[in-house]
Design a protein around this ligand. Structure first.
Ligand code: 5GP
Ligand code: ZN
Length: 112
C-alpha cells in the first residue's frame, strides 16, 4: 500500500523516533505546531478515526497509554493536547490514523 505512515512505521522512510513497540510507533512531526509535537500511529494501517471498529480499537487505548507516558517523559506536566484530524474537512492530510501529541505552549479553544 502506498501509505506514508505505513512506510515510516516500517522504517522505509526515516523519522525521528520517540517510542516504538509491536503495535505503536511515535515520532516527531516534521512541521511542529508546538515546542513538543509528536505523532502516534498504529503500525497496522487504519485510515482514520472514522475507521475504528470493535475489531481494531484496542490499539487506540494503547496509543493513549503511550501518549500519557510520553507526555510525562517529555515534561508536559502543565498539560497537553491530543488531536486526531479525521477527513479532509478536518484537515487530515495523511490518510493513516494518527494522534498529534502537542505541548509546551498554551492552546486556545475552540480549535480553528
Ligand atoms: P494531519 O494533517 O493529517 O492531521 O497530520 C499529518 C501530519 O504529518 C502533519 O502535522 C505533518 O507535518 C506530518 N508529516 C507529513 N509528512 C511527514 C513526514 O514525512 N515525516 C514526519 N515526521 N511528519 C510528517
Ligand atoms: Zn498506512
Amino acid at each position: 500500500m502506498d501509505c506514508l505512515f505505513c512506510k515510516i512505521a516500517a522504517g522505509e522512510i526515516p523519522s525521528k523516533k520517540v517510542y516504538e513497540d509491536e503495535q505503536v510507533y511515535a515520532f516527531y512531526d516534521i512541521d511542529p505546531q508546538a515546542p513538543v509535537h509528536v505523532l502516534l500511529i498504529p503500525k497496522a494501517h487504519i485510515t482514520s478515526a472514522a475507521d475504528i471498529t470493535p475489531e481494531n480499537s484496542a490499539v487506540v487505548a494503547h496509543i493513549f497509554e503511550v501518549a500519557a507516558r510520553l507526555a510525562k517523559e517529555l515534561g508536559l506536566d502543565d498539560g497537553f493536547r491530543i488531536v486526531s484530524n479525521c477527513g479532509d474537512i478536518a484537515g487530515q492530510t495523511v490518510k493513516h490514523l494518527h494522534f498529534h501529541l502537542m505541548g509546551g505552549r498554551p492552546f486556545t479553544w475552540p480549535a480553528g
